[in-house]
Design a protein around this ligand. Sequence first.
Ligand code: F6P
Length: 298
Amino acid sequence: MKIGIITSGGDCPGMNAFILELSKLCGKNNYDLIGYIGGYKGIEENNFIKLNFDNISGMALGKKGGSLLLTGRYEDLKIGEKLIKFKQRIDEIGIDWLVVLGGDGSLKAAKKLSDLGLKLVGVPATIDNNIIGTEYTMGFDTAINKTLQVINDIEDTATAMPGKVYIIETLGGDCGNIAKAALDEGAADIALIPENPISDDELVKLIKDKFNEGNKYLIMTICEGLNKTMYYSEFLKKALNKKVHISIIGHQQRGGSPTAYDRYVARRFATQTFNLIKKDISGKMVCYISGKFKNCDL
Ligand code: F6P
């Protein structure tokens, strides 16, 4: 049995741990594991390497962020002819199954490839945690923890020099899950996210209320997709007559060693993926729902 694997779209912590675990399971069962380089582009260019646990286990992969296979955003994934070409390329070299790790766009293309008759399993892997069908996507926990760490550090100086407002911009594209998690986990006082728009007047009132209720400083996360970080920094300075500082965390949130939880999820997703292949169940995405690792339709 020959299994191909790609990491596609934005990388996320846990991708390497997944590859390592899958290589272990393939090795034990005498399956070949072929890693395409750079996501879907690797398929198009027939650019791949043979992966096996013996070769890669020494690379301390489990604890490394990013992806040893490299990833990429492929612009033309919606074009049917491209997908037919991908399938031809895969068939040419005798790959029986394709495993696709990635976010929304990557998995939508995977679904189309599966509809073309390619045996395939999708794996939700994005720091954004925004894939329909799963409550958790690999990498989210690491990204939240990075955000909380930044806020913890800021709080030290905020406590020492009270009275200021801190705006912390998080990744997530148009999806506010990371910014909101900082609020849910008690690190931020306010989270501004595209899913829950708020007027300038409402925001000013909210911040004033927090200070009146006893806040010594105010921490506000803002999702990058709102594209209003600089605007709020200037606007709030004037509206509140307070110092406003901004921190744009950026891609630090996407890199770095996966948390223990993301390593665990990576291993569980890999086992789930392998079991689907072994049972010859194609067109599924591994997922996490109500405390259980399962699979759902792509
Ligand atoms: O992969 C998801 C993500 O990290 C988003 O949170 C972010 O908006 C985007 O990718 C950034 O993508 P790129 O690194 O391609 O600019």
